[in-house]
Design a protein around this ligand. Structure first.
Ligand code: N01
Length: 533
């Protein structure tokens, strides 16, 4: 293939990870190109435009910290930012740092093949010329390949069908419509209260009830914003010391949930519920490692659901009986209250599944329902989906899909044996989705940048994780996951939501320990990596 363009770095994706990697590459004086399948920057916030979409990490934390000027000048309006506001932020960053001139939009990377003779990657996009790059960095997002389950006869339905993760930019008019939402994860739970306000009738198809805690969203007070901005560096540093790199001002409890009386348990959980958000589970120090503690918290939440939902039979069906936090905890605005509305109906499909689609709707539990619009809130082929949908081949033509056929294996969640000069931002095997993603992204970008600098200083042509280091890392990730309750349910963390996907716990719990390990590897001259000249 004739290649006319050469870059130091090719970056795949122009969400926050790709944007930051581009900015950093330029700062290092490297030539870089970014390929982005959307028509604009923003990644997940470009695609997930469903009504109610917002971030479950507080706005003051969910932003870049590489530039103090940037974090001082940007103004968030609410405690939890909406999707439009986060997208505006992404566009603002792109403009401020003049990023778009190196981004090729509307362009999917079809393949990336490592050429051993060149010690470089041949990157073939869906349009425009193929390029050669010394390094490739995947910034494809952990939740960017939608999971669109096939239902029997789904081609027959004559109404409109939308997936929350590929929402039309023109918006969807629900007024006066009969609407179905299939799926009750974060996306479904965020959008259900919004759709219920517009639709004539909303039917929620629930396979497994989820635990959700209130956001208690609202405008940010100028005093609070001022206090954070006055000490932004300290605020960030405190957050980065927590397990999820979120909420350094709300320390985790020092006791286990089985060590306290009922009254204390109630007080602690009531206070966390009143505060709202993901830190609800941090009231105790053992929620995700002690089954008995977890069950006490779970029962408290079940009681809470019972106190919000007025129809007791519906309340019971909304009460999960799985480990709380095992699937990602959801943060909502008025979800349980929505089931008190007359125009909202809950249908359990847990045991029977959806039988089939029809031209006017669908059949579930042998009953036919008619709809104008069906919303699929059925999630994503998480963490590995986008990587494995791309034809990535390393040394000897080895396909990443083959190397990962039994589940993802890598070193530090950043590099894969057999795939030199390839870096995966927030890859499986790193804390990624268990953290504030922007913090994890910036950590990876800085680490990758220093690694590339080291390679260039050494005048090496390539860097590659050794098989031994990779094996040890995989063991480490499995050992940490095995100490937690995370493997005790069916979740997208484990790939359970995608038929045929190997069952492997993909993210690594514990941000501070992970950072320390990455730093140690670096300070020992990149222990576990082989360099070639
Ligand atoms: O996807 P999910 P999501 N038939 O996989 C059901 C992030 N996020 O898009 O639980 C019927 O969680 C499935 O049922 P079950 C966040 O990290 C963040 O909601 O597998 N139902 C489940 O109820 C989140 O965790 C925000 O039994 C089917 C639902 O669909 C992640 O994205 C907002 C089905 C899918 O839930 C994914 O969330 C939104 C089928 N064949 C998302 N297949 C923020 O707040 C699946 N389901 C930042």
């Amino acid at each position: 293939m004739r290649v006319t363009e050469y870059f130091d770095i090719a970056i795949v994706g122009a969400g926050f990870a790709g944007m930051d990697m581009l900015r950093k590459s330029r700062e290092m004086g490297l030539s870089a190109v970014v390929f982005e399948r959307g028509k604009d920057v923003g990644g997940t916030w470009y695609w997930n435009r469903y009504p109610g979409a917002r971030c479950d990490v507080p706005s003051m934390e969910y932003s870049f910290q590489f530039s103090d000027e940037l974090q001082q000048e940007w103004e968030w309006s609410e405690k939890y930012a909406t999707q439009p506001e986060i997208l505006q932020y992404a566009q603002y960053v792109a403009k401020r740092f003049d990023l778009k001139r190196d981004i090729r939009f509307d362009t999917i990377v079809l393949s990336m093949h490592y050429e051993e003779t060149e010690s470089a990657w041949l990157v073939t996009p869906s349009q425009g010329p193929a390029v050669r790059a010394r390094f490739v960095v995947t910034a494809m997002g952990c939740l960017s390949s939608t999971n669109r389950p096939r239902f029997t006869n789904d081609e027959l339905f004559r109404g409109e069908v939308y997936h929350t993760g590929e929402w039309p930019h023109s918006g969807v008019d629900f007024v006066g419509k009969r609407v179905a939402v299939i799926g009750t994860g974060s996306s479904g739970i965020q959008t259900i209260p919004m759709i219920a306000q517009e639709a004539k009738h909303l039917t929620v198809f629930q396979r497994t009830p989820a635990y959700t805690v209130p956001a208690h969203n609202g405008p940010l007070s100028p005093q609070y914003v001022q206090s954070v901005k006055a000490n932004y560096a300290d605020f960030r540093a405190k957050n980065m010391k927590t397990r999820a790199a979120i909420g350094g001002d709300t320390p985790t409890g020092t006791r286990g949930a089985t060590e306290v009386s009922n009254t204390e348990l109630n007080e602690i959980l009531e206070a966390r519920w009143a505060k709202g958000g993901l830190l609800f589970l941090g009231g105790f120090n053992d929620a995700m490692i002690n089954g008995a503690s977890n069950e006490r918290i779970a029962q408290w939440v079940r009681n809470k659901i019972g106190s919000i939902v007025t129809d007791k039979k519906i309340a019971v069906r909304l009460q999960p009986h799985t480990v709380i936090g095992c699937k990602r905890l959801v943060v909502d605005s008025g979800y349980y209250e929505t089931f008190n509305r007359d125009n909202v109906e809950l249908v359990d499909i847990g045991l029977t599944k959806i039988d089939r689609f029809t031209k006017n709707g669908l059949v579930a539990n042998t009953k036919e329902f008619e709809f104008d619009i069906i919303v699929l809130a059925t999630g994503f082929d998480a963490m590995t989906g986008s990587l494995l949908r791309t034809d990535i081949r390393g040394r000897g033509g080895q396909r990443l899909a083959d190397a990962w056929s039994a589940g993802p294996v890598n070193y530090l969640g950043l590099t894969v044996h057999g795939f030199p000069n390839l870096f995966t931002i927030t890859g499986p095997g790193s804390p990624s989705v268990l953290t504030n993603m922007i913090v994890s992204i910036e950590h990876h970008v800085e680490w990758i940048a220093r690694c590339i600098h080291y390679i260039r200083e050494r005048k090496a042509l390539s860097v590659e994780a050794t098989r031994e280091a990779q094996n040890q890392w995989v063991e480490h990730v499995n050992a940490i996951a095995g100490m937690t309750l995370f493997p005790n349910c069916n979740s997208w963390y484990l790939g359970d939501n995608v038929p045929g996907k190997p069952r492997v716990f993909m993210p690594l719990p514990g941000f501070p320990d992970y950072v320390q390990r990455c730093t140690a590897v670096e300070s020992e001259n990149y222990r576990g990596f082989a360099f070639s000249n």
